[in-house]
Design a binder for this molecule. Structure first.
Ligand SMILES: [Cu+2]
Length: 128
């Protein structure tokens, strides 16, 4: 009798721990990206940049770019646009945003601030 209840208790413990393991796996269902970047807008000697200015990825990569606007002078917002991938975001100082897309074509594509075309832009190089 004791042996049986021990077996039942063991089975219960296994069941409880497997349920727990399943629970812990839940956050892993989060979206996965092949490449992630953090790109920061800064001002230096009167010029405004998104740094790093060049991003290099491979065709087919799922990309996430975290955008932080650290420019202290006015205006409060700057744009981050990549026409080739339909990206057009406005990022306010102190309010980071992320953009995600799949780099589904190879080539060199322009990155720019669509709010202020005079700001120094960059490029994304998508390798074949
Ligand atoms: Cu700007």
């Amino acid at each position: 009798m004791k042996k049986i209840s021990l077996w039942v208790a063991g089975a219960m413990l296994l069941w409880v721990s497997s349920v727990r393991a399943a629970d812990q796996k839940a956050p892993a269902a989060e979206e996965k990206f092949d490449r992630q970047f953090t790109v920061v807008a800064i001002e230096q000697d009167g010029s405004k940049f998104w740094i790093p200015g060049t991003l290099i990825v491979k065709k087919g990569d799922k990309i996430k770019i975290n955008l932080i606007n650290n420019i202290k002078s006015e205006p409060n917002t700057h744009g981050y646009a990549i026409d080739a991938f339909g990206i057009k975001e406005i990022i306010a100082r102190g309010e980071p945003k992320a953009v995600t897309f799949t780099a589904d074509k190879s080539g060199i594509f322009t990155v720019y601030c669509h709010q202020h075309p005079k700001h120094i832009g960059g490029q994304i190089l998508v390798l074949e």
